[in-house]
Design a protein around this ligand. Sequence first.
Ligand SMILES: *[C@@H]1O[C@H](CO)[C@@H](O)[C@H](O)[C@H]1NC(C)=O
Length: 435
Amino acid sequence: MFLSKLFLFCLLYVKYTNSLENGLARRPPMGWLSWAQFGCATDCKKSPNKCISDKLIRRTTDAMVSQGYLKAGYEYVIVDDCWFAKNRDKNGRLQPDPERFPHGMKDLANYIHDKQMKFGIYEDIGTHTCAGYPGLQGHFQEDAKTFAEWEIDYIKVDGCYMNPDQAMINKYVEFGDYLNKTGRSITYSCSWPAYMPVEQADYSLLPKTCNLWRNAWDIGDSWSSISGILKWFARRQDIIAQFAGPGHWNDPDMLIIGNNKLTPGQSKAQMSLWAILAAPLLMSADLDLVSSSDRDILQNRDVIAINQDELGIQGLLVKKASKHTDVWTRKLTPIVDNFHSYAIAFLNKENNGADKVTVTLSDVGLTSTKKYFVCEVFKNQKKPHLININAKFTVKVNSEDVRLYKAIPATPKMLNCKKHLTCSKFQKDDIERVC
Ligand SMILES: *[C@@H]1O[C@H](CO)[C@@H](O)[C@H](O)[C@H]1NC(C)=O
């Protein structure tokens, strides 16, 4: 009797702990993270505007509000490595660098919370952080407590200074338990998959342990870095995409839009593909120096809506339409008469001039209904085009650029309300209101 009850309990337990139940990151997290743009700049005398400091975090927080990022959905302000003092205090507690963070982390958290935003921080599962500051190893419980006391909302835990093996994975699970025991809601970003081959990383454990996880190497400030990461994701999509969903996401690393290292086309391409991948949208730019055209890309409501789609289904590379141009799709809401909507991205990865590709919607996997209403994102298209799934259409994609579309199934119900449909109101709520 007891044994059978125990067995039943175990079954239920297994069933209900398939993913981390902390209620966080139901959509891919959006915010700002210091690393790609500011790295480990600690010399505030030499570069007062570029060093990792209280001042940088506060001015970024201000810019998030004044320049419309918060309103567009970006809510986390996250300081990466190098916020630390070189040593723990005399009681073994972590402390920020006293000169660069003179008011302490709790005070900084209050500042960010007062502006309706969330504060994220960085640590490392090993003995040291990647830049050599004190790591979590041997201090899990007290450090989790410290972060909760500072009212941290998000933590990125890196994986330097530890062997990338099963013991490392176990340590991430253990630290996650200590975070949970603090009772504070803290979004948990893990890094172990970035330190080992996909086959060793035990992907099935990720959604049970982490809200998001870095899969591959650090992004650099260039198009070749972006296209390399996309290639990595495409090659492994059959293994990794299934583990993404509300509460748990694959993370191809930061958006580098706004750093003046990308052309407008490359910027649109990163934004579009990160939307297709259901990737966290963590900007890493000096927000006071972002051009207005890059800001428009970062704040484009239609591409953000694709990224934040409530179903949380990660998109896939579905067709190599030519030597240079790949087609990626992602299933979205609204679901109309049981048929999904889709995002479709045509990505020309190469620098060989414009590429023209001809496909049908059915070629790229849209087969559930006969016709779709299609609008292009990043265009001022007024009315959706009605496209038959077997009709050939040609898309011209410039070098290292993207064309991004959204398609909604043209079921009889949708055809009936055709005259109310516009591309400026082509999201789930709009459609439900007018149809
Ligand atoms: C801790 O884990 C339990 C069980 O999964 C969950 O119900 C609870 O919300 C978690 N608490 C925090 C603060 O994350």
